[in-house]
Design a binder for this molecule. Structure first.
Ligand SMILES: Cc1cc2nc3c(=O)[nH]c(=O)nc-3n(C[C@H](O)[C@H](O)[C@H](O)COP(=O)(O)OP(=O)(O)OC[C@H]3O[C@@H](n4cnc5c(N)ncnc54)[C@H](O)[C@@H]3O)c2cc1C
Length: 314
């Protein structure tokens, strides 16, 4: 037998690497809201696949598990990203269209979406329970904070039901008289559910999770992202997941300016810290006191997290 044939046969004996914890939930439906879901359809790779790929690039073989953990954490910390692209996951998701509109902006995934040109639109729209109507956040135009009272919520939920039922009925009437599906759908609400197969590599999935699990993301997509993270990635690649929480989700970025202010506080020099903040234009006064300033607010949040005083507030 030639060397080449021996090599080929050796390769054919390879077993498909599996992650038992993920195999156990393959196809399982994780419910989201009233009618949404996420389920894992397929996957490739694991923590070990990342280590294996990284060691190929370093020209070294497999080592002990403790060293594997250290390597994964090093790769993630230092943004050596390509080994994470060796892992792929395919999800089947059912998502309200307004949420999907944000989701689909992540261009690095492969997507097949349910077609409402070809098929009748899914007969389900996300409904908001009376206690879940969120108020506009005062300091963040993109966000929400707190909830409306239940009585108002009940009225809003009732109106929601009416408008969703009406738009569905109008859609159905159009289909019944022969309007094409592609045109009949135009007045369906954004709350209508869509379904998709969504495949993405782990590197880009972590980027998605980092943006969409964050408090600044809209509550609805955050809900999906948290399930993908805490229920799926944590089982699939537990070492990566732990490192991701440590080095990405729980990390704190500091700009040069922030480091200078924090450095002054570290020396107990509150006056210098305030002076630096002033120089950076963070402490301008208007008629109603300190003017709003996004960078100052972000630094204040960081100081609170670090248990450091906010000198200009004392
Ligand atoms: C809180 C929040 C608010 C947002 N608000 C708005 C908004 O008001 N309006 C709005 O339009 N969008 C908004 N977005 C969407 C945002 O701008 C991004 O489009 C979205 O988050 C996808 O991020 P991404 O490009 O990093 O992801 P992906 O598309 O998955 O790309 C991942 C990375 O791949 C690289 N990449 C991918 N495609 C290209 C390319 N063609 N060229 C170069 N590099 C590429 C980039 O490095 C990119 O970061 C918001 C997102 C968030 C999280």
């Amino acid at each position: 037998m030639s060397n080449k044939t021996e090599k080929t046969q050796e390769a054919e004996k390879l077993l498909r690497p599996c992650v038992k914890a993920l195999d156990e939930i393959l196809g399982k439906t994780f419910e989201v809201f009233d009618d949404g879901f996420i389920r894992v359809v397929d996957y490739m790779g694991s923590d070990e696949a990342i280590v294996q790929a990284a060691r190929v690039s370093y020209g070294k073989g497999t080592k002990k598990v403790s060293e594997d953990r250290g390597l994964i954490r090093y790769l993630l910390r230092h943004r050596h990203t390509t080994p994470f692209e060796m892992c792929e996951i395919k999800l089947h998701v059912r998502v309200p269209m307004d949420c999907w509109r944000q989701w689909i902006r992540h261009r690095t995934a492969n997507v097949n979406e349910y077609s409402t040109r070809y098929s009748i639109a899914i007969d389900a729209a996300q409904r908001t329970p009376p206690t879940r109507w969120r108020k506009q956040a005062p300091g963040n135009k993109q966000g929400s904070k707190g909830f409306l009272d239940e009585n108002t919520g009940r009225m809003l939920s009732e109106k929601e039901r009416e408008i969703q039922d009406l738009s569905r009925q109008v859609y159905q009437d159009r289909l019944d008289v022969g309007v094409s599906r592609e045109q009949a759908r135009k007045d369906l609400p954004l709350a209508t559910y869509t379904e998709a197969y969504w495949k993405i590599d782990l590197h880009n999935l972590l980027r998605f999770l980092s943006l969409r699990m964050d408090d600044r993301a809209q509550v609805e997509i955050r809900e999906y992202a948290r399930i993908i993270g805490y229920e799926i990635v944590s089982r699939w690649c537990p070492i990566v997941w732990e490192a991701f929480l440590d080095y990405e989700m729980e990390r704190m970025n500091l700009s040069r300016l922030e480091i200078e202010v924090i450095g002054a506080l570290g020396h107990g020099d509150k006056e210098r810290a305030t002076e630096l903040a002033k120089q950076n234009g963070w402490l301008e006064h208007g008629e109603k006191g300190l003017k709003r300033n996004r960078e100052r607010k972000e630094l204040e949040e960081k100081l609170e997290r670090l248990n450091l005083p906010i000198p200009w507030k004392e």
